[in-house]
Design a protein around this ligand. Structure first.
Ligand code: NAP
Ligand code: MG
Length: 486
Protein backbone atom coordinates (compact mmCIF):
# COMPACT_ATOMS: atom_id res chain seq x y z
CA UNK A 1 0.00 0.00 0.00
CA UNK A 2 2.97 2.31 -0.56
CA UNK A 3 1.97 5.38 -2.59
CA UNK A 4 3.19 5.48 -6.17
CA UNK A 5 6.78 6.72 -6.33
CA UNK A 6 7.16 8.87 -9.43
CA UNK A 7 10.57 10.47 -8.99
CA UNK A 8 13.81 8.77 -8.04
CA UNK A 9 16.39 10.59 -10.18
CA UNK A 10 18.35 13.76 -9.50
CA UNK A 11 16.63 17.02 -10.45
CA UNK A 12 19.17 19.26 -12.20
CA UNK A 13 18.33 22.14 -14.55
CA UNK A 14 14.65 21.07 -14.56
CA UNK A 15 15.60 17.61 -15.89
CA UNK A 16 15.48 14.20 -14.22
CA UNK A 17 18.91 12.63 -14.54
CA UNK A 18 20.82 9.61 -13.24
CA UNK A 19 23.82 10.15 -10.98
CA UNK A 20 27.07 10.53 -12.95
CA UNK A 21 28.33 7.38 -11.24
CA UNK A 22 25.14 5.48 -12.13
CA UNK A 23 24.84 4.42 -8.47
CA UNK A 24 21.58 4.29 -6.56
CA UNK A 25 20.67 3.71 -2.91
CA UNK A 26 17.60 2.24 -1.26
CA UNK A 27 14.81 4.19 0.41
CA UNK A 28 12.93 2.27 3.09
CA UNK A 29 9.58 2.18 4.86
CA UNK A 30 10.44 2.21 8.57
CA UNK A 31 7.10 0.57 9.39
CA UNK A 32 8.40 -2.80 8.14
CA UNK A 33 11.92 -2.09 6.86
CA UNK A 34 10.96 -2.85 3.23
CA UNK A 35 12.70 -1.18 0.30
CA UNK A 36 10.27 1.19 -1.43
CA UNK A 37 12.53 2.75 -4.07
CA UNK A 38 16.03 2.93 -5.48
CA UNK A 39 17.13 6.56 -5.61
CA UNK A 40 19.99 8.15 -7.56
CA UNK A 41 23.09 8.51 -5.40
CA UNK A 42 24.55 11.90 -6.26
CA UNK A 43 28.08 12.83 -5.27
CA UNK A 44 30.64 15.57 -5.93
CA UNK A 45 30.28 15.35 -9.74
CA UNK A 46 26.50 15.77 -9.55
CA UNK A 47 26.80 18.62 -7.06
CA UNK A 48 29.15 20.33 -9.55
CA UNK A 49 26.53 20.03 -12.29
CA UNK A 50 23.77 21.27 -10.00
CA UNK A 51 25.81 24.23 -8.76
CA UNK A 52 26.75 25.11 -12.35
CA UNK A 53 23.04 25.10 -13.28
CA UNK A 54 22.15 27.20 -10.23
CA UNK A 55 24.97 29.64 -10.98
CA UNK A 56 23.79 30.08 -14.57
CA UNK A 57 20.23 30.63 -13.34
CA UNK A 58 21.53 33.34 -10.98
CA UNK A 59 23.26 35.25 -13.77
CA UNK A 60 22.05 38.85 -14.21
CA UNK A 61 20.64 38.05 -17.66
CA UNK A 62 18.77 34.93 -16.58
CA UNK A 63 14.98 34.61 -16.72
CA UNK A 64 14.98 34.29 -12.96
CA UNK A 65 16.94 37.48 -12.28
CA UNK A 66 14.83 39.42 -14.78
CA UNK A 67 11.58 38.31 -13.17
CA UNK A 68 9.67 40.96 -11.20
CA UNK A 69 9.67 40.39 -7.47
CA UNK A 70 5.86 40.24 -7.51
CA UNK A 71 6.05 37.49 -10.16
CA UNK A 72 8.38 35.53 -7.85
CA UNK A 73 5.65 35.83 -5.23
CA UNK A 74 2.96 34.61 -7.64
CA UNK A 75 5.13 31.68 -8.61
CA UNK A 76 5.54 30.67 -4.97
CA UNK A 77 1.78 30.98 -4.49
CA UNK A 78 1.30 28.67 -7.47
CA UNK A 79 3.68 26.22 -5.79
CA UNK A 80 1.56 26.48 -2.62
CA UNK A 81 -1.58 25.72 -4.69
CA UNK A 82 0.11 22.60 -6.09
CA UNK A 83 1.21 21.39 -2.65
CA UNK A 84 -2.39 21.86 -1.52
CA UNK A 85 -3.66 19.93 -4.57
CA UNK A 86 -1.27 17.04 -3.85
CA UNK A 87 -1.44 17.24 -0.05
CA UNK A 88 -2.83 13.76 0.45
CA UNK A 89 -0.25 12.17 -1.87
CA UNK A 90 2.66 14.08 -0.35
CA UNK A 91 1.43 13.16 3.12
CA UNK A 92 1.18 9.48 2.27
CA UNK A 93 4.64 9.49 0.70
CA UNK A 94 6.19 11.13 3.76
CA UNK A 95 4.28 8.84 6.13
CA UNK A 96 5.52 5.79 4.25
CA UNK A 97 9.18 6.89 3.99
CA UNK A 98 9.53 8.68 7.33
CA UNK A 99 7.07 6.90 9.67
CA UNK A 100 5.33 10.05 10.90
CA UNK A 101 1.64 9.33 11.56
CA UNK A 102 -0.64 10.40 8.74
CA UNK A 103 -2.65 12.93 10.80
CA UNK A 104 0.51 14.71 11.90
CA UNK A 105 2.06 14.58 8.45
CA UNK A 106 -1.04 16.11 6.83
CA UNK A 107 -0.82 18.91 9.39
CA UNK A 108 2.83 19.38 8.45
CA UNK A 109 1.95 19.53 4.73
CA UNK A 110 -0.58 22.25 5.57
CA UNK A 111 2.16 24.11 7.43
CA UNK A 112 4.19 23.79 4.24
CA UNK A 113 1.40 25.40 2.23
CA UNK A 114 1.22 28.24 4.77
CA UNK A 115 5.00 28.62 4.73
CA UNK A 116 5.09 28.84 0.94
CA UNK A 117 2.33 31.48 0.94
CA UNK A 118 4.05 33.46 3.66
CA UNK A 119 7.36 33.44 1.76
CA UNK A 120 5.43 34.41 -1.40
CA UNK A 121 4.05 37.43 0.43
CA UNK A 122 7.57 38.60 1.31
CA UNK A 123 9.00 38.46 -2.21
CA UNK A 124 8.04 42.02 -3.22
CA UNK A 125 8.60 43.57 0.20
CA UNK A 126 12.36 43.39 0.13
CA UNK A 127 13.50 46.98 0.29
CA UNK A 128 16.35 49.03 1.60
CA UNK A 129 16.69 52.31 3.45
CA UNK A 130 17.46 55.90 2.59
CA UNK A 131 20.15 57.06 4.95
CA UNK A 132 20.92 60.50 6.41
CA UNK A 133 24.66 60.22 5.76
CA UNK A 134 26.97 62.98 7.02
CA UNK A 135 28.31 65.51 4.50
CA UNK A 136 27.14 66.20 0.96
CA UNK A 137 26.15 62.64 0.38
CA UNK A 138 23.01 60.77 -0.42
CA UNK A 139 23.03 57.09 0.58
CA UNK A 140 20.57 54.28 0.15
CA UNK A 141 20.71 50.53 0.47
CA UNK A 142 19.70 47.76 -1.89
CA UNK A 143 18.96 44.29 -0.57
CA UNK A 144 20.08 41.71 -3.08
CA UNK A 145 20.02 37.90 -3.19
CA UNK A 146 23.19 36.34 -1.82
CA UNK A 147 23.61 33.87 -4.70
CA UNK A 148 23.59 30.10 -5.02
CA UNK A 149 22.42 28.52 -1.76
CA UNK A 150 23.06 24.97 -0.57
CA UNK A 151 20.10 23.71 1.47
CA UNK A 152 20.82 20.59 3.52
CA UNK A 153 17.80 18.86 5.06
CA UNK A 154 17.21 16.45 7.96
CA UNK A 155 14.85 13.46 7.80
CA UNK A 156 12.46 14.31 10.63
CA UNK A 157 10.15 16.79 8.85
CA UNK A 158 11.42 16.81 5.28
CA UNK A 159 8.46 18.48 3.52
CA UNK A 160 8.39 21.41 5.89
CA UNK A 161 12.16 21.85 5.81
CA UNK A 162 12.21 21.75 2.00
CA UNK A 163 9.35 24.22 1.62
CA UNK A 164 10.53 26.71 4.23
CA UNK A 165 14.13 26.80 3.05
CA UNK A 166 13.46 26.72 -0.70
CA UNK A 167 10.63 29.26 -0.64
CA UNK A 168 12.52 31.72 1.54
CA UNK A 169 15.59 31.49 -0.70
CA UNK A 170 13.47 31.92 -3.84
CA UNK A 171 11.51 34.83 -2.34
CA UNK A 172 14.89 36.54 -1.88
CA UNK A 173 15.81 35.82 -5.51
CA UNK A 174 18.46 33.18 -4.83
CA UNK A 175 18.90 29.89 -6.67
CA UNK A 176 19.35 26.64 -4.78
CA UNK A 177 20.78 23.15 -4.63
CA UNK A 178 18.96 20.94 -2.12
CA UNK A 179 20.51 17.87 -0.46
CA UNK A 180 17.79 15.87 1.33
CA UNK A 181 18.63 13.41 4.13
CA UNK A 182 19.53 9.92 2.97
CA UNK A 183 16.57 8.38 4.83
CA UNK A 184 13.93 10.63 3.25
CA UNK A 185 14.77 11.63 -0.33
CA UNK A 186 11.33 11.08 -1.89
CA UNK A 187 9.21 14.06 -0.91
CA UNK A 188 11.96 16.52 -1.91
CA UNK A 189 11.90 15.05 -5.42
CA UNK A 190 8.09 15.19 -5.55
CA UNK A 191 8.21 18.84 -4.45
CA UNK A 192 10.83 19.63 -7.10
CA UNK A 193 8.39 18.29 -9.72
CA UNK A 194 5.75 20.69 -8.38
CA UNK A 195 8.16 23.63 -8.60
CA UNK A 196 8.78 22.78 -12.24
CA UNK A 197 5.03 22.56 -12.82
CA UNK A 198 4.61 25.94 -11.11
CA UNK A 199 6.95 27.41 -13.72
CA UNK A 200 10.26 27.83 -11.89
CA UNK A 201 12.90 28.42 -14.63
CA UNK A 202 15.56 25.77 -15.24
CA UNK A 203 18.45 25.73 -12.77
CA UNK A 204 16.71 27.79 -10.07
CA UNK A 205 15.98 24.72 -7.95
CA UNK A 206 18.08 21.56 -8.11
CA UNK A 207 17.83 18.49 -5.90
CA UNK A 208 20.75 16.11 -5.46
CA UNK A 209 19.89 13.04 -3.39
CA UNK A 210 22.81 11.18 -1.85
CA UNK A 211 24.89 10.95 1.30
CA UNK A 212 26.09 13.65 3.65
CA UNK A 213 29.83 12.96 3.54
CA UNK A 214 29.76 12.95 -0.30
CA UNK A 215 27.03 15.14 -1.80
CA UNK A 216 26.50 17.18 1.37
CA UNK A 217 30.18 17.87 1.95
CA UNK A 218 30.71 18.72 -1.75
CA UNK A 219 28.03 21.39 -1.41
CA UNK A 220 29.51 22.89 1.74
CA UNK A 221 32.98 23.00 0.15
CA UNK A 222 31.90 24.33 -3.25
CA UNK A 223 33.48 27.70 -4.10
CA UNK A 224 30.43 28.83 -6.12
CA UNK A 225 27.99 28.32 -3.26
CA UNK A 226 27.45 31.58 -1.37
CA UNK A 227 25.37 30.29 1.51
CA UNK A 228 24.50 27.10 3.32
CA UNK A 229 21.29 26.64 5.25
CA UNK A 230 21.46 23.44 7.26
CA UNK A 231 19.05 21.70 9.60
CA UNK A 232 20.36 18.67 11.43
CA UNK A 233 22.58 17.58 14.26
CA UNK A 234 25.03 19.73 16.22
CA UNK A 235 27.87 17.41 15.26
CA UNK A 236 27.33 17.88 11.51
CA UNK A 237 26.47 21.56 12.03
CA UNK A 238 29.95 22.14 13.45
CA UNK A 239 31.54 20.38 10.45
CA UNK A 240 29.49 22.52 8.11
CA UNK A 241 30.48 25.75 9.80
CA UNK A 242 34.13 24.80 9.38
CA UNK A 243 33.74 23.63 5.77
CA UNK A 244 31.90 26.85 4.95
CA UNK A 245 35.03 28.85 5.71
CA UNK A 246 37.42 26.92 3.49
CA UNK A 247 36.98 27.34 -0.29
CA UNK A 248 35.24 30.71 0.17
CA UNK A 249 33.43 32.47 2.99
CA UNK A 250 29.88 31.14 2.93
CA UNK A 251 27.06 32.63 4.93
CA UNK A 252 25.66 29.95 7.21
CA UNK A 253 22.30 29.37 8.85
CA UNK A 254 22.22 26.43 11.24
CA UNK A 255 19.11 24.94 12.83
CA UNK A 256 20.44 22.28 15.20
CA UNK A 257 19.24 20.11 18.05
CA UNK A 258 17.95 20.78 21.53
CA UNK A 259 17.45 19.53 25.08
CA UNK A 260 14.45 21.70 25.73
CA UNK A 261 13.07 22.27 29.23
CA UNK A 262 9.34 22.26 29.95
CA UNK A 263 8.49 23.59 33.41
CA UNK A 264 5.24 22.63 35.17
CA UNK A 265 4.45 24.84 38.18
CA UNK A 266 2.26 23.76 41.14
CA UNK A 267 -0.59 26.00 39.95
CA UNK A 268 -0.65 24.64 36.37
CA UNK A 269 -3.76 23.21 34.75
CA UNK A 270 -2.57 19.68 35.39
CA UNK A 271 -4.41 17.81 32.64
CA UNK A 272 -3.42 20.40 30.05
CA UNK A 273 0.21 20.22 31.20
CA UNK A 274 0.28 16.40 31.13
CA UNK A 275 -1.17 16.39 27.62
CA UNK A 276 1.22 18.96 26.17
CA UNK A 277 4.23 17.49 27.95
CA UNK A 278 3.39 14.16 26.29
CA UNK A 279 2.75 15.64 22.84
CA UNK A 280 5.93 17.64 23.27
CA UNK A 281 8.09 14.56 23.67
CA UNK A 282 6.17 11.69 22.04
CA UNK A 283 5.06 13.53 18.88
CA UNK A 284 6.74 12.06 15.79
CA UNK A 285 8.18 9.41 18.15
CA UNK A 286 10.28 12.12 19.81
CA UNK A 287 12.07 12.91 16.57
CA UNK A 288 11.59 16.65 16.94
CA UNK A 289 14.39 19.16 17.36
CA UNK A 290 12.23 21.11 19.83
CA UNK A 291 11.12 18.02 21.81
CA UNK A 292 10.33 18.75 25.46
CA UNK A 293 12.99 16.30 26.49
CA UNK A 294 13.39 17.64 30.04
CA UNK A 295 10.10 17.93 31.95
CA UNK A 296 10.62 19.78 35.25
CA UNK A 297 7.70 19.35 37.66
CA UNK A 298 7.31 21.34 40.90
CA UNK A 299 7.30 19.23 44.05
CA UNK A 300 3.68 19.97 45.11
CA UNK A 301 2.21 18.18 42.06
CA UNK A 302 5.13 15.91 41.22
CA UNK A 303 3.64 12.55 42.25
CA UNK A 304 0.25 13.25 40.63
CA UNK A 305 1.89 14.50 37.44
CA UNK A 306 4.11 11.43 37.18
CA UNK A 307 1.11 9.10 37.65
CA UNK A 308 -0.88 10.88 34.95
CA UNK A 309 2.11 11.05 32.58
CA UNK A 310 2.55 7.28 32.83
CA UNK A 311 -1.17 6.73 32.18
CA UNK A 312 -0.97 9.00 29.14
CA UNK A 313 2.07 7.19 27.72
CA UNK A 314 0.42 3.79 28.19
CA UNK A 315 -2.64 4.91 26.23
CA UNK A 316 -0.78 6.15 23.16
CA UNK A 317 -2.01 4.18 20.16
CA UNK A 318 0.89 2.44 18.47
CA UNK A 319 0.81 0.97 14.97
CA UNK A 320 1.13 1.50 11.24
CA UNK A 321 1.47 5.28 10.81
CA UNK A 322 -0.77 5.22 7.74
CA UNK A 323 -3.75 4.31 10.01
CA UNK A 324 -5.44 7.62 10.93
CA UNK A 325 -6.18 6.33 14.44
CA UNK A 326 -2.52 5.67 15.20
CA UNK A 327 -0.46 8.18 17.21
CA UNK A 328 2.87 6.45 17.39
CA UNK A 329 4.75 4.93 14.45
CA UNK A 330 8.31 3.67 14.01
CA UNK A 331 11.60 5.50 14.44
CA UNK A 332 13.02 6.48 11.07
CA UNK A 333 15.54 3.63 10.82
CA UNK A 334 17.25 0.85 12.73
CA UNK A 335 20.29 2.95 13.62
CA UNK A 336 18.17 5.65 15.24
CA UNK A 337 16.06 3.01 17.02
CA UNK A 338 19.16 1.38 18.48
CA UNK A 339 20.52 4.75 19.59
CA UNK A 340 17.28 5.47 21.46
CA UNK A 341 17.30 2.00 23.09
CA UNK A 342 20.92 2.54 24.17
CA UNK A 343 19.93 5.83 25.87
CA UNK A 344 17.12 4.01 27.70
CA UNK A 345 19.63 1.44 28.97
CA UNK A 346 21.91 4.25 30.15
CA UNK A 347 19.00 5.89 31.96
CA UNK A 348 18.25 2.66 33.81
CA UNK A 349 21.91 2.06 34.64
CA UNK A 350 22.45 5.60 35.94
CA UNK A 351 19.50 5.27 38.33
CA UNK A 352 16.53 7.01 36.71
CA UNK A 353 13.19 5.32 37.59
CA UNK A 354 11.71 3.60 34.50
CA UNK A 355 7.93 3.63 34.90
CA UNK A 356 6.67 2.47 31.53
CA UNK A 357 8.04 1.44 28.12
CA UNK A 358 11.74 0.98 27.56
CA UNK A 359 11.63 -1.72 24.89
CA UNK A 360 11.58 -2.29 21.19
CA UNK A 361 8.17 -3.44 19.98
CA UNK A 362 8.27 -6.67 17.97
CA UNK A 363 11.02 -7.44 15.50
CA UNK A 364 9.60 -5.91 12.31
CA UNK A 365 10.06 -2.21 11.67
CA UNK A 366 11.69 0.17 14.10
CA UNK A 367 9.19 0.66 16.90
CA UNK A 368 10.13 1.82 20.41
CA UNK A 369 7.60 1.97 23.26
CA UNK A 370 6.66 5.38 24.64
CA UNK A 371 8.93 5.49 27.67
CA UNK A 372 8.71 7.48 30.91
CA UNK A 373 11.54 8.00 33.38
CA UNK A 374 10.91 9.78 36.69
CA UNK A 375 13.44 11.05 39.25
CA UNK A 376 15.87 11.98 36.50
CA UNK A 377 18.84 13.96 37.79
CA UNK A 378 20.72 16.69 35.94
CA UNK A 379 24.03 14.77 35.83
CA UNK A 380 22.57 11.73 34.04
CA UNK A 381 23.29 11.11 30.35
CA UNK A 382 19.57 11.14 29.46
CA UNK A 383 19.34 14.59 31.07
CA UNK A 384 22.14 16.02 28.98
CA UNK A 385 22.18 14.44 25.52
CA UNK A 386 19.59 14.71 22.77
CA UNK A 387 17.83 11.32 22.64
CA UNK A 388 15.61 12.11 19.63
CA UNK A 389 13.20 9.35 20.62
CA UNK A 390 9.99 8.74 22.64
CA UNK A 391 11.57 9.10 26.06
CA UNK A 392 10.03 11.43 28.64
CA UNK A 393 12.44 12.45 31.40
CA UNK A 394 10.76 13.93 34.49
CA UNK A 395 12.73 15.98 37.04
CA UNK A 396 11.56 17.39 40.38
CA UNK A 397 12.18 21.02 41.40
CA UNK A 398 11.22 23.35 44.27
CA UNK A 399 11.49 26.99 43.14
CA UNK A 400 11.26 28.95 39.88
CA UNK A 401 14.68 30.49 40.51
CA UNK A 402 16.22 27.04 40.86
CA UNK A 403 14.50 25.64 37.78
CA UNK A 404 15.56 28.52 35.52
CA UNK A 405 19.21 27.83 36.34
CA UNK A 406 18.74 24.11 35.80
CA UNK A 407 16.84 24.70 32.54
CA UNK A 408 19.73 26.83 31.28
CA UNK A 409 22.37 24.34 32.36
CA UNK A 410 22.80 22.92 28.85
CA UNK A 411 24.79 23.81 25.74
CA UNK A 412 21.52 23.81 23.78
CA UNK A 413 18.91 26.58 23.62
CA UNK A 414 16.24 25.80 21.06
CA UNK A 415 12.87 25.72 22.82
CA UNK A 416 11.29 25.88 26.27
CA UNK A 417 7.90 26.00 27.92
CA UNK A 418 6.12 26.77 31.17
CA UNK A 419 2.68 25.83 32.47
CA UNK A 420 1.40 28.17 35.18
CA UNK A 421 -1.53 30.43 35.98
CA UNK A 422 0.82 33.06 37.42
CA UNK A 423 1.66 35.69 34.80
CA UNK A 424 4.66 36.93 36.78
CA UNK A 425 6.22 33.48 36.86
CA UNK A 426 5.54 33.00 33.14
CA UNK A 427 7.10 36.33 32.20
CA UNK A 428 10.03 35.88 34.56
CA UNK A 429 10.76 32.49 33.01
CA UNK A 430 10.38 33.88 29.46
CA UNK A 431 12.86 36.63 30.22
CA UNK A 432 15.56 34.43 31.73
CA UNK A 433 15.36 31.14 29.87
CA UNK A 434 18.10 30.77 27.25
CA UNK A 435 16.08 29.51 24.30
CA UNK A 436 14.92 30.74 20.91
CA UNK A 437 11.29 29.85 21.66
CA UNK A 438 9.23 30.03 24.84
CA UNK A 439 5.75 28.52 25.00
CA UNK A 440 3.40 29.48 27.82
CA UNK A 441 0.56 27.06 28.61
CA UNK A 442 1.14 25.30 25.31
CA UNK A 443 3.98 23.60 23.44
CA UNK A 444 5.09 23.07 19.81
CA UNK A 445 3.07 26.09 18.63
CA UNK A 446 4.91 27.48 15.63
CA UNK A 447 3.47 29.13 12.53
CA UNK A 448 4.80 30.63 9.32
CA UNK A 449 4.77 34.07 10.94
CA UNK A 450 6.82 33.15 14.04
CA UNK A 451 10.65 33.15 13.84
CA UNK A 452 12.28 29.86 14.73
CA UNK A 453 15.85 29.08 15.73
CA UNK A 454 18.18 28.51 18.60
CA UNK A 455 20.38 30.16 21.22
CA UNK A 456 23.82 28.68 22.01
CA UNK A 457 24.61 25.34 20.30
CA UNK A 458 21.08 25.07 18.90
CA UNK A 459 21.95 27.17 15.91
CA UNK A 460 22.80 30.34 14.08
CA UNK A 461 20.13 32.52 12.43
CA UNK A 462 16.37 32.18 12.22
CA UNK A 463 13.89 30.64 9.82
CA UNK A 464 10.28 31.72 9.27
CA UNK A 465 8.91 35.06 10.44
CA UNK A 466 9.13 38.38 8.65
CA UNK A 467 12.93 38.62 8.89
CA UNK A 468 13.69 35.12 7.53
CA UNK A 469 14.34 36.45 4.06
CA UNK A 470 17.19 38.61 5.39
CA UNK A 471 19.22 35.42 5.84
CA UNK A 472 19.33 35.16 2.03
CA UNK A 473 20.15 38.79 1.26
CA UNK A 474 23.20 41.02 1.08
CA UNK A 475 22.96 44.71 1.85
CA UNK A 476 24.54 46.97 -0.75
CA UNK A 477 25.14 50.60 0.19
CA UNK A 478 24.98 53.13 -2.65
CA UNK A 479 26.37 56.58 -1.93
CA UNK A 480 26.03 59.51 -4.31
CA UNK A 481 27.94 62.74 -4.09
CA UNK A 482 25.59 65.70 -4.01
CA UNK A 483 27.65 68.83 -4.73
CA UNK A 484 26.28 71.93 -3.04
CA UNK A 485 24.30 73.84 -5.63
CA UNK A 486 23.18 76.73 -3.45
P1 NAP B 1 22.31 14.95 10.52
O1 NAP B 1 22.84 13.60 10.64
O2 NAP B 1 23.08 16.09 11.03
O3 NAP B 1 22.00 15.14 8.98
C1 NAP B 1 21.37 16.29 8.47
C2 NAP B 1 21.73 16.45 7.02
O4 NAP B 1 23.13 16.71 6.89
C3 NAP B 1 21.46 15.21 6.18
O5 NAP B 1 21.02 15.61 4.90
C4 NAP B 1 22.84 14.59 6.11
O6 NAP B 1 23.00 13.73 5.02
C5 NAP B 1 23.71 15.81 5.97
N1 NAP B 1 25.11 15.61 6.29
C6 NAP B 1 25.67 14.63 7.06
N2 NAP B 1 27.01 14.79 7.11
C7 NAP B 1 27.31 15.87 6.34
C8 NAP B 1 28.52 16.53 6.00
N3 NAP B 1 29.69 16.12 6.45
N4 NAP B 1 28.45 17.61 5.20
C9 NAP B 1 27.27 18.06 4.75
N5 NAP B 1 26.09 17.47 5.03
C10 NAP B 1 26.11 16.39 5.83
O7 NAP B 1 20.89 15.13 11.22
P2 NAP B 1 19.63 14.19 11.08
O8 NAP B 1 19.97 12.91 11.72
O9 NAP B 1 19.17 14.13 9.68
O10 NAP B 1 18.52 15.02 11.89
C11 NAP B 1 18.43 14.97 13.28
C12 NAP B 1 19.02 16.21 13.92
O11 NAP B 1 18.50 17.39 13.34
C13 NAP B 1 18.72 16.31 15.37
O12 NAP B 1 19.85 16.69 16.10
C14 NAP B 1 17.66 17.40 15.44
O13 NAP B 1 17.55 18.04 16.66
C15 NAP B 1 18.06 18.29 14.34
N6 NAP B 1 16.94 19.09 13.84
C16 NAP B 1 16.92 20.43 14.09
C17 NAP B 1 15.88 21.23 13.66
C18 NAP B 1 15.86 22.71 13.91
O14 NAP B 1 15.13 23.43 13.26
N7 NAP B 1 16.64 23.25 14.83
C19 NAP B 1 14.84 20.66 12.93
C20 NAP B 1 14.89 19.29 12.68
C21 NAP B 1 15.96 18.53 13.12
P3 NAP B 1 22.75 12.16 5.22
O15 NAP B 1 21.35 12.01 5.64
O16 NAP B 1 22.98 11.64 3.85
O17 NAP B 1 23.72 11.69 6.23
MG1 MG C 1 22.24 11.31 8.79
Amino acid sequence: MAPEIKYTKLFINNEWVDACSGYTFAAYAPHDGSVIAQVAEGDRADIDLAVTAAKAAFHRDSKWRLLDASARGRLLNKFADLIQRDAQYLGELECCNNGMNIRMVLGIVQKGVNGARYAASLADKIQGDTIPADGDLFSYTLKQPVGVCGLILPWNAPILMFVNKVCTALAAGCTVVVKPAEQTPLTSLALAALLKEAGVPAGVVNVVTGFGPDAGAALTHHPDVAKISFTGSLEVGKQIQQAAGKANLKRVTLELGGKSPLVIMNDADLNLAVTWAAHGVFGNQGQMCFAASRTFVQSGIYDTFVKKAVEFARNIKIGNPSDPNVDHGPQVDGEIMNRVLAYIEKGKKEGARLLTGGNRIGTTGYYVEPTVFADVEDHMTIAKEEIFGPVQCIFKFETLKEVIDRANNTNYGLASGIFTKNINDALHFSKHVEAGNVWINTYLASTAQTPFGGFKDSGVGREKGVDCVEEYLEIKTVTISLPKTF
